[in-house]
Design a protein around this ligand. Sequence first.
Ligand code: ADP
Ligand code: ASP
Ligand code: MG
Length: 428
Amino acid sequence: MALIVQKYGGSSVADAESIKRVAKRIVDTRRAGHDVVVAVSAMGDTTDEMLDLAHEVAPIPAPRELDMLLSSGERISMALLAMAIHSMGFEARSFTGSQAGMITDSHHGKARIVDVTPVRLREALDEGAIVIVAGFQGFNRDTRDITTLGRGGSDTTAVALAAALNADVCEIYSDVDGIYTADPRVIPRARKLEQVSSEEMLELAANGAKVLYIRAVEYARRHGVLIHARSTFSSAEGTYVLGAGMKNPRATEGEAMEEPIVAGVATDLSQAKITVAGVPDVPGKAAEIFKIVSKAGANVDMIVQNVSAASTGRTDISFTLPKADAPTTLKALAAEQSEVGFESLLHDDQIGKLSVVGAGMRTHSGVSEILFEALSAGGINIEMISTSEIRISVVLRGDDLAEAARTVHSAYGLDSEIEAVVHAGTGR
Ligand code: ADP
Ligand code: ASP
Ligand code: MG
């Protein structure tokens, strides 16, 4: 008998039929003799719809109230799921994040889990119940308020529960069969991976692959939780995310798993680019600019500084950041224009970021050459480049992104013979 944590995403519980399908899956796991703890997301696009509604009543909704609102989505699905399980003759008990002991910091909208005290969950398990926990939410002890963990945060709830309860595996169920070499909605020829290292998954998630939430992958890596990403809509094996020292439970003894050089390609349309033009080319200006940017709360990704024009002694500094952070950042920079002494600000929200990720890059040369040649053959212009030890990213025109991703995916030999299936969801 194992303890299995299962997480069902929004598209898996989008309507009554889907909830019944998920309930059956949970009951089947219970019937096989396992203890089951479930983290569940809000139904379908509920969270997005509530966000839209909040912005209709207030341009900048109060963070505490926004968390109150958004956390209600998961309460609806957890109760419905428990009811569906009851009607199949099994005992199930639902718990909010605070009842489940999800203790977070006080950062509304992006709270971090600081402790998990699943006393009530253990009791329920001991009494033979199936435990259902509302994903994406927690509780701060100082403010005594409800918090949410950031978009996609139900993944973190599941992983944190798996760590606290010492589960054998954390299964993340979604509308695709596992983790692919690229988003199958963008590249239908993407191939499903048997396994991926947690360091590669972190880079993929950080660069737009929302199939797993980055903080969940980080948490799993730190606490040694085995993640199995798989589909609600089929019984096929999915993809194992392996931290250091972890083994793929499906790999047969002695079987050498071939390590591909490139694990996958990620695409991201959520970034914008700001250019601070005509910055005096003297020491200290970059420090001044990025102090303003960081005070505005922006999460900067890539930075490029041009060679200064000898005639003017001025240079341009461009950086990328989440689109949502651009307005406040522009405002903060504009307020300090004369202080810093730059000439103008440019804002570009039509960019796309393409990233190639693979642990094999550490030891193989020529990986970037393939990327640049593929883009050049496709006539696609590169605007910015950045690299890490196991990743190369380029910024392109957003309109070129999907085509560029397909070209690059082929160039690395990642294309599958068959088309990937996306079972549900709107991709929102
Ligand atoms: P859930 O609502 O179940 O949490 P998400 O929508 O957050 O599901 O994540 C699943 C989606 O992630 C897929 O429908 C797919 O479009 C997208 N995705 C992005 N990159 C990848 C990838 N590399 N492999 C699989 N899916 C990916
Ligand atoms: N419902 C939340 C969201 O849409 C959390 C999640 O689904 O993981 O972001
Ligand atoms: Mg998700």
